[in-house]
Ligand binder design. Structure first.
Ligand code: NAD
Ligand code: DAU
Length: 356
C-alpha cells in the first residue's frame, strides 16, 4: 500500500476515509480522483491541500484515458473505489447517471487495473496490489422482520441505485475470477456522521428540525436500517485492505437496527437539548409528518457481520448513542459547511421532491 488511488474521496465516506488513512499511514501517497458532483466538496478535505503526499484530481471515473494515465503516472498499487451516485431517491427520479457512473465507471477502473497489474511479471508486485470495491447491503434486497444478510445471500436489488451497485459488484468479482485481479468487495449498511450530504435521512432531519421545518417520514416510518458510524466503516475498510483475501466479500454492519421513526425522534430530542428552542416553544417531534412512501421502499436491512469479526478481527467501536450525539453536535458546529454544500441546485431538488 504505497500509492493509493481513492475514487470519490470528496464525498461523505471517501473524505472520512482519507482523513483516517492519512492519520494512520502518513507515508502512503494518496491520489483522490473525484468529479465533484453535487455530492462532493473540497471543503471535506480542507487542510490537505499542502500535503506533498496528497494529490487531488478533478475528473470522471468513466474517463478511461485519464484513469489509465493516473495508474501509470502514479504507479498505483491500491484502489479504494468509493465514487458513485449514492442516493436511492435520485436513482428513482433519474437512473441514467447511476448506470453510467456506477457501472461504466467501475468497469473503467477495473480495466485500468487489469492492464496495469496483470501483465506484471513480478508476483511480489502483483500480490501486493489490491482493488477494494466499496459496496452496499442494498444489493441483497429487502428483509422481513427476521433474518440477516450474509455474504452468501443471493443478490436481489430493487432500486436503480442498488441494481447499478449489484452490477458493479458482479463486474468486480468477475475480474477476480477471470483475470486474477486482486479484488476485495465490502458491502456495508447505512452510514452516518460528519460530511454526509443533507439529502440523506439523518443530516436532512437534523437540518430541518434545527430550523423548525417539517420532518418528512416516508410511509409508516417503520422501515429498518442498520446504522454504522462512518469512522467505523472507514476503519473496517482499512483492515480489509490489509487482511482481506482477494476474491472475498466482507459484510460490514453496526449491529444496530433502528426504525426510521425512532431515529427521527432521537434527533428531535437531541436538538431540543443541544440547540436553541423553537420560537413557539414546541417540541421538535411535533414537526414529524408522514409523507408518501418511496416507490419500492425496502423494508428492512440487517447485516450478519460474523465473517469480518472472525476473519479480520474488526468490530464497530462507536455505539449509536455516542455516534448520533457526535453527529448532531458536528452539524451544529459546522453550519458554514452545511450552507456551502446546499447550493441552488439542491434547493431546487428539495422543493421539487418535498414541495414547500
Ligand atoms: P457520496 O454521494 O457522498 O459521494 C460520492 C462521491 O463520488 C462524491 O464526491 C462525487 O463527487 C463522486 N463522484 C460521483 N460520480 C463520480 C464520477 N463519475 N467520477 C468521479 N467521482 C464521482 O457517497 P457516499 O455516501 O460517500 O458513498 C460512497 C460509496 O459507499 C458509494 O459507492 C456507496 O454506494 C457506498 N456506500 C454508501 C453507504 C452510505 O450509507 N452512504 C453505505 C454503504 C455503501
Ligand atoms: O444501506 C446502505 C445504503 O444506505 C447506501 O448504499 C446508500 O448510498 C445510502 O444512501 C443509504 O440508503 P437509504 O435509502 O437507506 O438511505 P436514506 O438516508 O436515503 O434513507 C434512510 C431511510 O429513511 C429509508 O428507509 C428512507 C427513509 N427516509 C429517507 C429520507 C431522505 C425518509 O423516511 N424520509 C426522507 O426524507
Amino acid at each position: 500500500m504505497k500509492n493509493v488511488l481513492i475514487t470519490g474521496g470528496c464525498g461523505f465516506i471517501g473524505a472520512n476515509f482519507i482523513h483516517l488513512i492519512r492519520s494512520r499511514h502518513p507515508d502512503c501517497r494518496l491520489v483522490n480522483l473525484d468529479k465533484l458532483t453535487y455530492a462532493g466538496s473540497l471543503k471535506n478535505l480542507s487542510g490537505l491541500e499542502d500535503d506533498p503526499r496528497y494529490r487531488f484530481v478533478q475528473g470522471d471515473i468513466c474517463d478511461g484515458e485519464l484513469v489509465n494515465c493516473l495508474f501509470s503516472e502514479e504507479k498505483i498499487d491500491t484502489v479504494v473505489h468509493f465514487a458513485a451516485e449514492s442516493h436511492v431517491d435520485r436513482s428513482i427520479d433519474g437512473p441514467a447517471e447511476f448506470i453510467r457512473t456506477n457501472i461504466m465507471g467501475t468497469f473503467t477502473l477495473l480495466e485500468a487495473a487489469r492492464k496495469m497489474w496483470i501483465p506484471d511479471p513480478s508476483p511480489v508486485t502483483r500480490h501486493a496490489s489490491r482493488f477494494l470495491h466499496v459496496s452496499t447491503d442494498e444489493v441483497y434486497g429487502s428483509l422481513g422482520e427476521t433474518g440477516y444478510f450474509k455474504e452468501t445471500t443471493p443478490y436481489d436489488p430493487r432500486s436503480p441505485y442498488s441494481a447499478s451497485k449489484a452490477s458493479s459488484d458482479h463486474l468486480a468479482s468477475a475480474y477476480h475470477h477471470t483475470y486474477g485481479l486482486p479484488v476485495v468487495i465490502t458491502n456495508c449498511s447505512n452510514n452516518y456522521g460528519p460530511f454526509q450530504f443533507p439529502e440523506k435521512l439523518i443530516p436532512l432531519m437534523i437540518d430541518n428540525a434545527l430550523h423548525g421545518k417539517d420532518l418528512p417520514v416516508y410511509g409508516d416510518g417503520k422501515n429498518v436500517r442498520d446504522w454504522l458510524y462512518v469512522e467505523d466503516h472507514c476503519s473496517a475498510i482499512l483492515e480489509v485492505l490489509q487482511k482481506g483475501k482477494p476474491g472475498e466479500t466482507y459484510n460490514i454492519g453496526g449491529n444496530n437496527e433502528k426504525q426510521n421513526l425512532e431515529i427521527v425522534m432521537t434527533i428531535c430530542d437531541l436538538l431540543d437539548e443541544m440547540a436553541p428552542p423553537l420560537p413557539d416553544g414546541r417540541k421538535r417531534t411535533s414537526l414529524i409528518r408522514f409523507v408518501t412512501d418511496r416507490p419500492g421502499h425496502d423494508r428492512r436491512y440487517a447485516i450478519d457481520a460474523v465473517k469480518i469479526r472472525e476473519e479480520i478481527g474488526w468490530e464497530p467501536s462507536v455505539t449509536f448513542e455516542e455516534g448520533i450525539r457526535k453527529t448532531v453536535r458536528w452539524y451544529l458546529e459546522n453550519r458554514e459547511w452545511v450552507e456551502a454544500v446546499l447550493d441552488g441546485s439542491y434547493r431546487e431538488y428539495y422543493s421539487k421532491k418535498y414541495g414547500k
